[in-house]
Design a protein around this ligand. Structure first.
Ligand code: PMP
Length: 408
């Protein structure tokens, strides 16, 4: 892959030239979804223009071209997260879909009354609700690892929660609401000492950190393409081969079978067994292009750049009267969550929008976390590879204007 210069990368994202309310756009809502480079937009359009056909079935040339593009992208995903085999990469709709697949297809068939599943207080709703649903159906119990006031995972409390009834641990690699990077190696080692598999929610981590699923030794890893400069509607479930083989498919249909009769159906091999129906082929092609793009810049360089922006933003907002940074973990990636005393986060978001600055305001799909931290919601600026020091300076100036306007 040819190396690309990070400083030039902003020009690769056409939407960043859009003006909002007559102002240049400072897009700081990347934890919700990232913008797409021309390379991704063009790859999807090129697929539809030159290679569109269904995969895995036609004998004709276009179908072969489409299948090569689809399976080629699976191979790129394997390399990107260093999985052991292409068949360990299952294409799904996104992180939510991946977690639900594990909850329904892996955990639920094995859960009995009194079993336990562990999540943490940092989780996004999509890493809470699927486990709640499975536990409710099986009569199992959801256990929650507490955090401290900085938003750090409590390893001691976690170690004490693991026991002979624990069937799975599901935790986020990186908190979408606070930016906390969890000590996932320790979390996994402790679970494995009890023979318990671990699912990591990698929705946020993949765009900020190098991820090596074999070095982590995680059992499942879930992420969405759209937070990694790729298309919406497509994501990945990585699973160790033995776990994926042990899973019950949740969806039946074309492609996931080897043979069908009205009496019985024999399922296909991995990964197809867990990919029923025509997949989002163009989305997979776009994801492959996004991975090529990110690799051409280098995920370490992207992470270092975002950390620099985070440090600059943190330094500049510290000392603004009434501003509280929510989430002050020692290990943190490109997310700045904050509140302003006496000002609703939505008012902050609306006023920043008037200045052309896009942030997220609210509970960030993490209501239990907000409750733990004693806030209804926060304002959140989240950084991506194309953000600049100018974006940060505009953010800080706009926050100061919010204070001056709404407190006067
Ligand atoms: N987990 C985390 C940590 C997230 O940030 C998100 C997206 N906000 C999700 C899960 C869900 O991802 P998706 O909506 O793409 O399925």
């Amino acid at each position: 892959v040819v190396q690309r210069d990070l400083a030039q990368a902003r020009a690769d994202f056409p939407i960043l030239r859009t003006r909002v309310h007559g102002k240049p756009l400072a897009y700081l809502d990347n934890a919700a979804t990232t913008q797409k480079p021309d390379a991704v937009i063009d790859a999807e359009a090129d697929f539809y223009r030159n290679a569109n056909a269904n995969v895995h079935r036609g004998v004709h040339a276009l179908s072969q071209r489409a299948t090569d593009a689809y399976e080629g992208a699976r191979h790129k995903v394997r390399s990107f997260i260093n999985a052991g085999a292409d068949a360990e990469i299952i294409f799904v709709r996104g992180t939510t879909d991946a977690i639900n697949l594990v909850a329904q297809g892996f955990s639920l068939p094995r859960l009995v009354a009194g079993d336990e599943i562990i999540v943490s207080a940092l989780e996004h709703h999509s890493n809470i609700v699927p486990w709640q649903m499975a536990c409710r159906r099986a009569g199992a119990v959801l256990r929650v690892v507490p955090i401290d006031d900085a938003g750090e995972f409590d390893l001691d409390a976690y170690a004490a929660l693991l026991n002979g009834r624990t069937r799975l641990v599901a935790v986020t690699h990186l908190s979408n609401a606070l930016g906390t990077i969890n000590p996932v190696r320790r979390i996994i080692d402790l679970a494995h000492a009890h023979g318990v598999p671990v699912l990591l929610d990698g929705a946020q981590a993949v765009s900020h950190l190098p991820v090596d699923v074999r070095a982590l030794d995680c059992d499942f890893y879930a992420f969405s393409a759209h937070k990694l400069y790729g298309p919406t509607g497509i994501g990945v479930l990585y699973g160790k081969t033995a776990h994926l083989q042990a899973m019950t498919p949740c969806q039946g249909g074309g492609d996931m079978i080897r043979s069908v009769s009205f009496g019985t159906t024999e399922y296909n091999e991995l990964p197809y067994r867990l990919e029923a129906g025509t997949p989002h082929i163009a989305g997979v092609v776009g994801l492959g292009a996004a991975l090529d793009y990110v690799t051409s810049i280098g995920i370490e360089r992207i992470g270092a750049h975002e950390r620099e922006l985070l440090h600059s933003a943190t330094r500049q907002v510290t000392g603004i009267p009434g501003l509280r940074i929510v989430g002050t973990a020692a290990e943190k990636a490109g997310i700045l969550s904050f509140t302003l005393a006496g000002i609703h986060p939505h008012d902050i978001g609306t006023m920043l929008d008037d200045s052309g600055i896009a942030i997220r305001a609210g509970h960030h799909c993490a209501m239990p976390l907000m409750q733990r931290l004693g806030v209804d919601g926060t304002a959140r600026a989240s950084f991506a590879l194309y953000n600049t020091h100018d974006d940060v300076d505009r953010l800080v100036a706009a926050i100061r204007r919010v204070c001056a306007t709404l407190r006067s």
